[in-house]
Structure formats: C-alpha cells, structure tokens
Design a protein around this ligand. Structure first.
Ligand SMILES: NC(=O)c1ccc[n+]([C@@H]2O[C@H](COP(=O)([O-])OP(=O)(O)OC[C@H]3O[C@@H](n4cnc5c(N)ncnc54)[C@H](OP(=O)(O)O)[C@@H]3O)[C@@H](O)[C@H]2O)c1
Length: 279
C-alpha cells in the first residue's frame, strides 16, 4: 500500500489533458493512477511516467461501465485504502464529426444516440464514479474532486450573443457539461463542512484531439487549472466553476471574427474526428 503518498485518479488519463494532468500531479509528488478504457494504453501511459521518474500505475476504466467503475473502486481500496484526488477528465464531443465545422444537427434534431452516448461519458460516468469513490475519498485528509467541464456548459455564456462561446451550440456536449456543473454545485453543498472540495474547471481551448490544432493553449497550459483545483489548500473554494485561462475565450472570439458565417454557427475548431472517442 502506498500510504506515504497522496493518490490521484485521472479518468481518460492515457492521452490529452488527462495524461498531462497526471504528469503534473506526479511532478508534485502524487502517486498517479492512470485510468483509461484501453488497459494497454493506460499501462503504457503509466509506464511513460515511471520512466520519467514519477510514481504511477494504471487501471482499466470505461467511465460508462458500471462493472469498470466497481473494479476501480475495488482496485484502489485494496491497493491504496484511500483516494486523495479524483479528476473526472474523460469526455467526448459527439455532436459533429468534422473538425472546425458547426454541429451536424441543430438542437431540435440531434439524434437520441448522440445525446445518450454523450451523457453516459460526460455526465453519468463522473457522477456514478464519484458516488462510488466517495468512501475512499473520505479517508483522505484533504480530498479534492475536479470535474473537467467547459465554458460551453455555461448558461450565461450561451445566452449572451456578445459572449465568445455563444455560437458554439453543441446540444449534447453543452448540456452534458451544464448538468455536470450542477452536480458540482449540489455535491459541494452536501459536503460543505467536510474536508472534501469539489469544483468544475474549464481548461481553456487546448490543442488536444478534441480541441484541434487551432486551439490557442498547449496541453501543458491547459492542464494547469485542473491541477490547481486538485491541489487546493484547505481554505480553497468548493462548488465553483473556474478557469484561469481567460485568454482562451478571447481566442474563440477571434476564431469567430476571422471566419465568415459566425452567425448563426460559430466555427470553433473542435475536433471530433477520432473514432476512439465514439463509444
Ligand atoms: N481540448 C479543449 O479545448 C477542451 C475545452 C474544454 C473542455 N475540455 C474537456 O477536457 C477533457 C479532456 O479533453 P481533451 O481535450 O484531452 O480531449 P481528448 O484528447 O479527446 O481526450 C479525451 C479523453 O477522454 C477519454 N474517454 C472518452 N470516452 C471515454 C470513456 N467512455 N471512458 C473513459 N475514458 C474516455 C479518451 O480516452 P480514449 O483514448 O480511450 O479515447 C481520452 O483520454 C474533456 O472532458 C473535455 O470535454 C477540453
């Protein structure tokens, strides 16, 4: 049992923001458990961290699978006996298949499969995993839960036409992140007075497979917000929705300005080309 180190679990940890969040937490001395739906990819990522001199291991987890979530609970319970940090990072954007174009379907026509598959990963997965791991988190002295959300889940930003995110109208993705934010608010209220802090974060617009290569932030910069909220001091906030990357909002606005046809559809360069992100 690794009782001498804080233990962090990162979902969707084998690539993108998840892997970098894990690396940065490992750099801060955490034992990082890389969780990914492909066990080999998870172990390869964890091994990469170990080769880099960090403390890491892996576990197989499709966040949409109840069996996998139970397996992760058992694994962490048996091996570590507690969990200090849970980063609900895994996410999908299934509303449109092509990078840089508007959603395939307007909100009134989005197919049930897109909505259901999106919510399984972006909403139900994080909720059910968090519920299952709460007993292990409560064994930590300073438990932190980070829900990786998006400004596209902000009711305010999607309601104000002057907002840079206004035209990014991905009904599945946006509603799943808005719902995730509400879970953050409600669970934080339930746990207020305990040592647990839970926050939603927006990483900024980041050059990952989902964010696309036109995004303005490097993966290293994008991971900073999740790491900050995973390592909050005891007097830090809970129940919030934060980003330390206001620059990224400006860049989304810039994308809108330089392209024609921003109304009614912004052309945020989201990439959803990877078949690996489609359950
Ligand atoms: N990039 C941005 O600009 C941006 C902006 C705002 C918010 N975000 C959020 O940041 C988080 C990470 O995104 P990213 O940019 O790093 O995207 P990414 O490169 O596409 O990575 C997505 C990650 O989610 C994992 N995943 C997908 N479905 C899963 C499932 N059913 N079970 C477990 N893992 C699953 C993927 O694993 P596989 O390798 O198995 O596919 C991958 O590790 C997401 O929640 C996203 O919504 C990103």
């Amino acid at each position: 049992m690794y009782s001498d180190r804080k233990v962090a679990l990162i979902t969707g940890g084998a690539r993108g923001l998840g892997l970098e969040t894990g690396r940065q937490l490992a750099e801060k001395g955490f034992h990082v458990i890389i969780a990914a739906r492909d066990a080999e990819a998870a172990e390869a990522a964890a091994n990469g961290l170990r080769v880099g001199g960090y403390n890491a291991s892996s576990v197989q987890l499709d966040v949409a699978s109840d069996t996998d979530r139970q397996g992760v609970h058992q694994h962490i319970g048996e091996k570590f006996g507690k969990l200090d940090v849970l980063v609900n990072n895994a996410g999908v954007l299934l509303d449109g298949p092509d990078a840089g174009v508007a959603p395939t379907n307007p909100p009134g026509e989005t197919p049930p499969s897109v909505l259901r598959n999106t919510f399984e990963v972006n909403f139900f997965g994080p909720i059910f995993l968090t519920q299952m791991l709460l007993p292990l988190l409560k064994k930590s002295e300073a438990p932190r839960i980070v829900n990786v959300s998006s400004v596209l889940g902000s009711l305010t930003m999607l309601s104000e036409e002057s907002s840079p995110a206004y035209h990014a109208r991905f009904v599945g993705y946006n509603t799943s992140k808005a719902a995730l934010n509400m879970f953050t608010v409600l669970l934080a209220e339930e746990l207020r007075g305990s040592a647990i802090k839970i926050n939603s974060v927006h990483p900024g617009w980041v050059r990952t497979e989902m964010g696309g290569q036109n995004a303005d932030l490097s993966i290293q910069s994008g991971a900073l917000t999740a790491v900050k909220y995973a390592t909050l001091p005891d007097d830090g906030p809970t129940g919030g929705f934060s980003t330390s990357r206001s620059a990224s909002l400006g860049s989304i606005a810039a994308v809108c300005r330089v392209r024609s046809g921003c109304q009614p559809h912004i052309h945020v360069a989201w990439s959803t080309k990877s078949p690996r992100t489609v359950p």
